[in-house]
Design a protein around this ligand. Sequence first.
Ligand code: AMP
Ligand code: GLY
Length: 423
Amino acid sequence: MNILILGSGGREHTFAYKIAQSAKCNHLYVAPGNAGTRDIATNVAISPTDFDAVKKLVLSQDISMVVVGPEDPLVQGIHDFFRTDVELKDVSVIGPEKLGATLEGSKEFAKEFMVKHGIPTAGYQSFTLETVDKGCQFLETLKAPYVLKADGLAAGKGVLIISDLEEAKKEFRSMLIDQKFGIASTTVVVEEFLAGIELSVFVLTDGKSYLTLPTAKDYKRIGEGDIGLNTGGMGAISPVPFADASFMEKIEEQVIKPTVNGLQKDHIPYKGFIFIGLIKVGNDPFVIEYNVRMGDPETEVVLPRVKNDLVSLFEAVSQERLNEVTLDIDDRSAATIMAVSGGYPEAYEKGKEIVGIDTIEDSLVFQAGTALRDGKVVTNGGRVIAVTSFGDDFKQAIKKSYQNLEKLSFDKMYYRKDIGFDL
Ligand code: AMP
Ligand code: GLY
């Protein structure tokens, strides 16, 4: 069959790498893709949120499966668009419909879902412009630090963690009164701070049954020692060494099962990935957030460890036969390190030639913000390239990625040299 992947990052290059290996994939398209996906698929220069352009492509190229990488098209309802269009209704879409995507698109909706289904999460209340004063009173009842979350999508920037109460009140007001994050902060969730170590689990579900994919831990801050601004993610490892069997069982019983059952009870159709951001407090898991897609760069360590044919897994999702499938996971550890443009996550330059990609043989190179110009691979985004390696443990895997990163270069290339430092 012909397959289309929507998106352009390292996550989508990893999907393309796995899907291209499947005997079931005839022709693979990526929209818009990057210089890495161009080597293994046909890139098409359309935006994943331009549904009419996606429809034209799907019909003209006889595409029968669409794998949605990022959250935006899902939150905007691309799955519903396919389901309700007579010409597209038989195309499989991997990614939830709009209602399910609200688990990522609205923090308030996600918190209500967790409370309703008894899923452990931080205590919270949500506020709007009409209830600003109540929100300030609620902040006074909490202990520092204070966690403020814009309800809607804010490109990963909508969460503020502030240690000073007066500062927190000021930011809270600014979110609601000045719309600091635009319409995303029309509602603000104020929640208790949870102290612990973070990890993520990934679930693939057809809405009835589910498979738990390997765990991963990403490193979001730009600076070594987890300091500085938040990024999309500077590196990741899988599996997470502290997620042992008994902790995984708690996650399964207290989080994953109630989540999938909750979707069914609430009549929320869901065919796709659920990315559950967790924090381990003492020995217990708490949900920090749901995302309705795979993570980036978590995908770069999770998918290479999945030995199953990815297209067969997706067919099982689409046909609601996931209960018939068993996962086959590589027991080795995987680590990925992301090289970024100097200046990222603030202003950075693009168009710098990337040298050395072809010299890397014993690691996987997943391209993110790259493009092809005059036959050369150049930088085209903040996060540029991820180098994924396997090892007997995460330390070995990380070491190999660092050795291979040294073979890559571009002007003002930066990467964190301490991935895994806290484990
Ligand atoms: P989110 O966008 O919800 O993932 O939040 C971004 C980051 O803020 C998370 O990865 C955590 O590091 C942190 N965070 C969010 N909520 C909490 C909380 N209740 N307690 C502690 N840290 C939090
Ligand atoms: N790496 C975090 C995310 O994809 O949201």
